[in-house]
Design a protein around this ligand. Structure first.
Ligand code: SF4
Length: 357
């Protein structure tokens, strides 16, 4: 992974298979449905991702199982050499039979969402009655069918106090990764939804301590400064152990977690083929109906700019952690209206940084 060239290949390619989500948000309009990528276009997208050798390909979207050809697309992705993942929410179509069919189609990993350790909290945040027992059941089925499991949680003020309880619950399942997403408000006026820099440092401390006690990896999304936090904690540990006060920061990465920040090595392909840097930044580098994905990723002004950390502004621009972190470009986009602005939800001050001796 160390020699992976982000200029030619993304680490992660996520395809929003569909925006349909029956029975919750309901079916999409026939007009929108007719605009979503056809099965043939989806196969072309899969070939493009495989040609770029992206290590992670994710079938995402409101409910991928509502695409009738989804199983054959999983098989097709495998035949092209990809190891596909699928992220699903609970729904009546997420059955044991569906999980078994995904497995026999070659799915490498199943992602499910858990918003709390109990029905009240999970269902309040999911806005779906009965969702908690269905999610737990789907997790059991995944374990029984031996489909590797990855869990997702969108952290917010309501469930952050439940973090350790969720970790205890998850420990009773066999799973690979717990992915914790931090809030990106839909618009600037909702900035109260995000955690302050001080709150985040305390949450990072809890995540780090909890991560030492669970048998799965823990990663953060839209909080890449957790990598900075982990690096600082490990450096502090080495300093204390060695008695030296001149220990440089060393990026060791987080085992089992890809060594990138979202903006630099990801592509998000919408259900109509637009290519965004991630799902929160609805700025398109191009459309796969008109150009090949690799042309958009490698050559578009947008993606080239995203990969270049020289474009980062403010404290993120002069931070020694910017290659491993870079801050949340999505939060900068929503809050500052500038994708390259500093991420103010980070409390680190580069000007006061520890200097290698
Ligand atoms: S200042 Fe920016 S680049 Fe540095 S650790 Fe904080 S968010 Fe990351």
């Amino acid at each position: 992974m160390k020699n992976f060239d982000l200029a030619t290949s993304p680490m992660v390619a996520v395809w929003e298979t569909t925006r349909a989500d029956a029975p919750y948000s309901g079916a999409i309009s026939p007009d929108w449905e007719s605009r979503e990528l056809s099965a043939t276009e989806a196969e072309k997208l899969i070939r493009d991702v495989a040609e770029m050798r992206a290590p992670v390909f994710v079938f995402a979207g409101a409910n991928p199982l509502l695409r009738p050809e989804i199983y054959s697309l999983v098989r097709y992705a495998c035949s092209c050499g990809l190891r596909p993942t699928m992220v699903l929410s609970d729904s009546p179509v997420l059955t044991r039979k569906a999980i078994l069919k995904l497995k026999s189609s070659g799915l490498s990993r199943l992602g499910l969402t858990l918003q709390g350790s109990n029905a009240g909290l999970h269902e309040e945040l999911s806005a779906a009655q009965g969702s908690f027992p269905r999610t737990i059941q789907a997790m059991r089925w995944a374990n029984e069918c031996r489909v590797p499991l990855q869990m997702h949680t969108e952290l917010c003020r309501s469930n952050v106090g439940d973090l350790e309880n969720m970790a205890s619950l998850l420990k009773s399942f066999r799973m690979l990764v717990w992915s914790l997403s931090f809030p990106v408000p839909e618009e600037k006026s909702r900035s109260a939804e995000i955690f302050t820099a001080d709150e985040l440092e305390r949450i990072f401390e809890r995540i780090y301590d909890m991560a030492q006690t669970v048998p799965f990896k823990v990663k953060t999304v839209e909080a890449d400064h957790y990598r900075r936090y982990v690096t600082q904690r490990r450096t502090l540990f080495r300093v204390e152990k060695s008695g030296s006060n001149a220990m440089p920061f060393r990026e060791e990465g987080i085992p089992g977690v890809l060594p990138i920040h979202e903006g630099r090595g990801s592509v998000f392909i919408t259900s109509t083929g637009e290519v965004f840097p991630n799902r929160h930044i609805s700025v398109s580098g191009g459309n796969i109906r008109k150009e090949k994905l690799k042309e958009i990723y490698r050559c578009s002004h947008l993606f080239r700019a995203f990969r270049d950390t020289a474009n980062l502004k403010g404290k993120c621009g002069r931070c020694e952690f910017k290659e491993m972190c870079g801050g949340s470009r999505a939060r900068a986009w929503v809050l500052a209206g500038d994708m390259f602005a500093a991420d103010d939800s980070c409390g680190y001050q580069p000007a006061l940084a520890y200097k290698a001796g």
